[in-house]
Write a protein that binds this ligand. Structure first.
Ligand SMILES: Cc1cc2nc3c(=O)[nH]c(=O)nc-3n(C[C@H](O)[C@H](O)[C@H](O)COP(=O)(O)O)c2cc1C
Length: 304
């Protein structure tokens, strides 16, 4: 059997294979490391980090929906310093890339985190711009093109590492946001984050989530995510890391044909922790079946 080339270069971040796991669905990899071999995963995007530790939102913060889930976890995490002191060394035992997902209340906070992580042993920084901007009435950074330009340009200057910018799907024109992100120096774009959603308990007539609404993820958002990946890939020349409802090999290959250079598995990990490995093997089988020796020849190979 021919040996397949599975390595992929995300514009300065080389992954052993195109399978990654999405921030917030994998903690810092510890629990999953007891179940699967983390050496088999191209990269791990760690739980969203903030400058200070956060308890997350109070009350009920997750609800299952027919095709996924809605969460309002509220960025519960032990803070960037704890991550640096306790989690990087653990993850470094494995032959996988470490992506540090950062979240700020203000642009200054994002910049400070990017600066701190620039001197640490992580491979990439993923800027999550779906966070509420406290200086702008709580509207997410990623929904206003002017603010996207400002935050990406300032973080780019503060960041000495490979920089991924993770886009919010809760916008009307994802192409404009993606173009701005590229212009301001991102090395790679990841998308999509969760979509705004809500569920109501009709018996007590209250929203299921204490915060009323949250972020919808899982199979329900897959067709939307796929179109956004396709749209973004058509207007930027930097690589795209695609995610949103990927649960099986077919889903992943759809994203790759639409233009994703790599994919992230998120919500699917909760119901099937073996999903990343199954999808990796599934892509290899697909490549053999269709005569692809190098994974890179599959990226964006959509026949229109
Ligand atoms: C419980 C939960 C927590 C999440 N936390 C983060 C986070 O901290 N930072 C981030 O950028 N995205 C976060 N996300 C979004 C995922 O990384 C991913 O973009 C989204 O869920 C879509 O992929 P999926 O449908 O495969 O889960 C979270 C998603 C879930 C379900």
């Amino acid at each position: 059997m021919n040996k397949l080339e599975m390595k992929v270069d995300l514009n300065g971040l080389t992954l052993n294979n195109p399978i990654t796991v999405a921030s917030g669905t994998y903690g810092f990899g510890r629990e999953y490391s007891e179940i699967i071999d983390l050496n088999q995963i191209g990269a791990i995007s760690v739980k969203g980090l903030t400058l200070e530790p956060r308890e997350g939102n109070e009350g009920r913060r997750m609800v299952e929906t027919p095709m996924g889930m809605i969460n309002s976890v509220g960025l519960q995490n032990p803070g960037i310093r704890y991550f640096i002191e306790n989690e990087i060394a653990f993850l470094r035992q494995f032959d996988t890339k470490i992506i540090a997902n950062i979240n700020g209340n203000t642009i200054d906070e994002y910049c400070e985190m990017a600066k701190i992580l620039s001197d640490e042993d992580v491979d990439s920084i993923e800027l999550n711009i779906s966070c509420p901007n406290v200086k702008n009435g709580g509207l997410a950074f990623g929904t206003d093109p002017k603010i996207v330009r400002e935050v990406v340009s300032k973080v780019r200057k503060a960041c000495k590492k490979h920089l991924i910018v993770k886009l919010s799907p809760n916008v009307t024109d994802i192409k404009t946001i993606a173009r701005i992100t590229e212009e301001e120096g991102a090395d790679c774009i990841s998308l999509i984050n969760t979509m705004a959603g809500m569920a109501i308990d009709i018996h007590n007539r209250k929203p299921f989530l204490k915060r009323i609404s949250g972020g919808l993820s899982g199979p329900a958002i897959k067709p939307i995510a796929l179109k956004m990946v396709y749209d973004v890939h058509s207007v930027v020349s930097i690589p795209v890391l695609g995610m949103g409802g990927i649960s099986n090999t077919t889903d992943a290959i759809e994203f790759i044909l639409a233009g994703a250079s790599a994919v992230a598995i998120g919500t699917a990990n909760f119901s099937n922790p073996y999903a990343p490995l199954e999808i990796k093997k599934g892509i290899e089988d697909y490549m053999r079946h269709y005569g692809h020796v190098d994974f890179n020849t599959l990226i964006g190979d959509l026949r229109l």
